[in-house]
Write a protein that binds this ligand. Structure first.
Ligand code: ADP
Ligand code: ZN
Length: 217
């Protein structure tokens, strides 16, 4: 039985960190539209240049563009057994488009305070090569500024600068938060909470796994 999961939550909720761990434990792909956007920008394609305009300002990419990118990705064979969506959908039209593309089994809403979000994003580090996520305060790499997984160099994302973080949080509240109600009405929503910035991410990962395993009982 395929397992199709959406992770919902504000920027800095830990979606990417949880999703990459869930991928390893559930053996289904982690699909991050944010990572796909950054890849395209890095590749320097004409589409990448358009995406960069939005991303650097903390704005959402237009729905039709991101829906097209996601739809192509979900057609790949590795999605047959399910997937973990991270960063999609972000707007009601995206959620409606997703409903037309595929069914969804669980929507996990990650609850965190604004205080934790700002602390996390201001100290976040990302691997240039593989996209792995670290944190200067809480999830330090073993070697300074070097990725534990691939040895790549770590950097601070353009959109993790404080002014841009504020804009991303504003955009989240206006455009993405309504999705909580959208999925609650469909009976798909499950809540998890991250109350302590120093908590091991595995605690939340275990909780999500116990939620998605419940249907096998
Ligand atoms: P965050 O850490 O804020 O969740 P992401 O890494 O998910 O950010 O995404 C980075 C940027 O890529 C976003 O600010 C936005 O410009 C673009 N993006 C990613 N996913 C979407 C989406 N579903 N809809 C529109 N824009 C998106
Ligand atoms: Zn790496």
């Amino acid at each position: 039985m395929a397992l199709r999961i959406v992770l919902l939550g504000p920027p800095g909720a830990g979606k990417g960190t949880y999703a990459s761990r869930l991928m390893r434990r559930l053996r289904i792909p982690h699909i991050s539209t944010g990572d796909m956007v950054r890849e395209e920008i890095k590749a320097g394609t004409p589409l990448g240049r358009v995406l960069k305009e939005y991303s650097d300002r903390g704005e959402l990419v237009p729905d039709d563009i991101i829906i097209g990118i996601l739809e192509e990705r979900l057609k790949k064979r590795d999605c047959a057994e399910g997937f973990i969506l991270d960063g999609f959908p972000r707007t009601i039209p995206q959620a409606e488009a997703l409903d037309k593309i595929t069914g969804i089994d669980y929507v996990i809403n990650i609850n965190v305070s604004d205080e934790i979000i700002v602390q996390r994003l201001s100290s976040r580090l990302v691997c240039k090569r593989c996209g792995a996520i670290y944190n200067r305060l809480t999830l330090k790499p073993k070697r300074d500024m070097i990725c534990d997984i691939c040895g790549g160099e770590l950097y601070t994302r353009e959109d993790d600068k404080p002014e841009v973080v504020r804009e991303r949080l504003r955009v989240y509240k206006v455009r993405t938060k309504p999705l909580i109600e959208y999925y609650r009405r469909r009976g798909l929503l499950r809540e998890v909470y991250c109350k302590d910035i120093k908590a091991d991410p595995e605690v939340v990962v275990d909780e999500i796994i116990s939620i998605v395993k419940e249907r096998e009982l």
